[in-house]
Design a protein. Sequence first.
Lengths: 238, 76
Amino acid sequence: MKLYVYCLAEAIETSAETVRGVSGAPVRLLKIDDLAALVSDVETDVVQVSRENVLDHAGVVRSVFDRTTPLPLRFGTLVTEQQLRSYVTTHKPALAAKLAHVRDCVEMSVKIIWEVSRDDQHEQRVPAQGPGTAFLAEKRSEILGDEIRAEEAKEISAWLHQSISGLTRDEQVNLRPSERLVLAAAHLIERAKLRQYREKMAESRENRPELHFLLSGPWPPYSFVNIGLEFKTQFGVS
Amino acid sequence: MSSPFDQVIITGDGEEWEESDLSLLETLDHVLNRGLVIAGEITISVADIDLIFVGLNVLVSSVETAHEVMRKRQTE
């Protein structure tokens, strides 16, 4: 028997009775020291990624998120109760620090997308004199375009940061995570400042009509909880 | 599916466009790619063919597709 773990939280005494877990499993509260873990008992060693299971996981975390800000776990976390208790006990100070960091906050997700047709703007057509020249001209064009896009992405990131200055408790920005994305950012926002943040984002969008935005939220702070990844970053382990 | 959050909006060219699939893709992006990892590895099984293409890349693809649709609509 293993536990499927959805999230860790403080200051909750009961799980939402109506919420269902992955594969329809009941959800229960497991108290470990000062924390509570929302878990389901499962018989399998693997959790299937399916639309229903993903939404069930998100639904359980959200049921807590409606009451307090939890530390959401990544989908698919299966451990024994002993492993979970050991993890929580061992990482108690780090978990407490994380909970304090995200307390009363929500995560807002911002993705900014390049114009679909903007590639054409940076292309410098050079009359091809032969296959070699054409190849080099194309490579030069690619490099120039890439450098310009990198600079633009930096400028947009700085602009966005400035636009919401004073409204974020923390942020994570991934510049150019893919060909079409200028950036993908996660902003940690105090619940009390959410309305102000939204107004500022709306204003920012109006100021840069040439950019396309994908905004979503409020989310539980999925992007601000990972102790393991921070450890790796701190100590240069990849 | 109903959207789990207040808004998913793509803006551009003065148009706003909502799509429930984007809600799902954003949910996938958060639930599958982020969150606290307490075990050494996450073991998941991808059985549903429609969810094999999970993550940010598919989100971007969907956004691109959405924009192409928007652009076509505008030029029509």
